[in-house]
Design a protein around this ligand. Sequence first.
Ligand code: FAD
Ligand code: UDP
Length: 365
Amino acid sequence: MYDYLVVGSGLFGCVFAHEAKKHGKKCLVVEKRHHTGGNVYCETMDGIHVHMYGAHIFHTSDSSVWEYMNSITKFNNYVNSPVANYHGKIYNLPFNMNTFAQMWGIVTPQQAAEKIASQRSVIKGEPRNLEEQAISLVGTDVYKTLIKGYTEKQWGCDCDQLPASIIRRLPVRYTYNNNYFNDCYQGIPIGGYQPIIDTLLDGIEVRLHTDFLQERSALKDLAEKIVYTGSVDAYFDYKLGELAYRSLRFETERLETENFQGIAVMNYTDRETPYTRIIEHKHFEFGTQPVTYITREYPAAWHRGDEAYYPVGDAESQKLYREYAAMAAAEERVIFGGRLGEYKYYDMDKVIRSALDFSAAELTS
Ligand code: FAD
Ligand code: UDP
């Protein structure tokens, strides 16, 4: 008999299992994929750590999460500074003085502020959706060039149908600073993400190719409690309907060239290019290999059975989620955690924070 059956070997499941083991608890981790790590999974190809589920840059302002991760691995000094490619013209991201200078030929913060103020006047009152929020932050030119096309591809709907919170993830700065994040700490784990996962799961039994929902009756009584990190609506067999998700398709290619695009992340912000970004993995770790690997990221509609990469989190889904959350709270032996279990657009640090808080409450009670 196990103390905990952990469903899913992503960061939430791994951190919980690791903490539980430290407290002398016995865990079984089940994972439906052929590998551990969830979406941070990397494969090493020609010495390059290829992020198999999209670019993963670790960033946080939570010093205890940063210390926790640094006790497991070392980080390099990579700072994410992607560029946007709009019909072949390059702009710096996130939206900052470099972007405004490239867009308008202006030089000073005051000139940028005046330009944006004149364009944002079309928005009256509090922004009610992503389009209004974007225009009120950066004006119509930046919205049309760098946001509208990318966002409509990424989310598969018009910007006025999306929550304003999605665009508030990105900094807007009146300084010449291309750092994509505002956090105090940032980097890529040296050696990739897999050694972190291996350390967290050291000494813990893992069963791959095991879908809890398909083998529920055989698995559910193997442990006192279940920590479930899959989709909450799937757990309840979509009884109240489906939550809204977005999926992705990744196309990875090996190229016989040393340097394909000169940067780790290039966003394609026009509507016509079918992918949203191209990742060149070696640049996360300043690689000097003679070959390179690139991944094109294509947004995709989500249908049952597809990987649910992004919770959409519009008002309707939030309402439905609250109903599922009430059902989840009533499941006495089951705890729901992680990006899908909590239906939250969590970055890695937030998932680790959530798993550590949950572990502390569960294991010391
Ligand atoms: P997951 O990683 O999704 O792990 C859940 C695991 O559970 C999966 O392995 C899944 O196969 C398994 N599972 C699900 N259902 C079942 C079942 N029924 N039976 C058995 N196993 C099951 N965060 C950042 O901080 N920085 C970034 O740059 C960044 N980039 C991202 C880019 C993309 C394209 C995506 C999609 C996410 C990105 N994130 C980033 C977010 C990051 O991936 C998540 O915060 C984190 O990986 C979530 O961990 P998790 O354990 O909650 O979920
Ligand atoms: N976004 C955009 N243009 C860009 C990059 C991002 O319009 O060049 C918008 C888009 O709506 C995206 C959101 O900002 O979904 C958040 O971007 P982020 O890079 O945080 O998304 P993630 O890495 O989670 O996919």
